[in-house]
Design a protein around this ligand. Sequence first.
Ligand code: K1U
Ligand code: ZN
Length: 178
Amino acid sequence: MALLEILHFPNPRLRLKARPVTQVDDQVRQVVKDMFETMYKAPGIGLAATQVNIQLEVIVMDVSEDKDQPLCLINPIIIESDGTEEMQEGCLSVPGFYENVVRAEKVKIQALNENGGSFELDADGLLAVCIQHEMDHLQGKLFVDYLSPLKRQRIKKKLTKLEKSGDLPNSSNSSHAI
Ligand code: K1U
Ligand code: ZN
């Protein structure tokens, strides 16, 4: 297994669109394993392949308290959505910043698992938010895109400075005021 490097906003590679996986083979399963290792180490509750510079529609997640419910989504599509909900979000690619975002309250998705099997999942709460956040990554979209241009610009400036100085903190151990 290998730890993968997580790209940080405003890296332009975070804006690339992922392409669907055509065959869920051993190479894809290795990417999934490496992404789980990277997500758990960060630590985070989700990770999209785009964040580790892989342009494939692959997402790993685990929103459980005990970190014992790994979930892999390959080529996910939202087939139903309902309601709206506002929740605070973070992002491993935007370390240290947490902001409220409005998203669908419930989503039903269809995806492939790491064995290539198709499944459907009804999600609400944090799981629904995380799925939508990660699916945005696959389209090159970040949660900062839902904020005002002023807030986004401030975050960009701070992260650019921190990246240059080598002081970029881990997302889980610090937060910044904007
Ligand atoms: O996509 C990512 O960068 C992962 C992101 C997922 C996410 C979090 C919150 C709302 C929507 C999507 C994270 O995991 S940020 C880190 C985080 O939330 C966390 C870290 C440690 C413990 C618990 C949560
Ligand atoms: Zn994110």
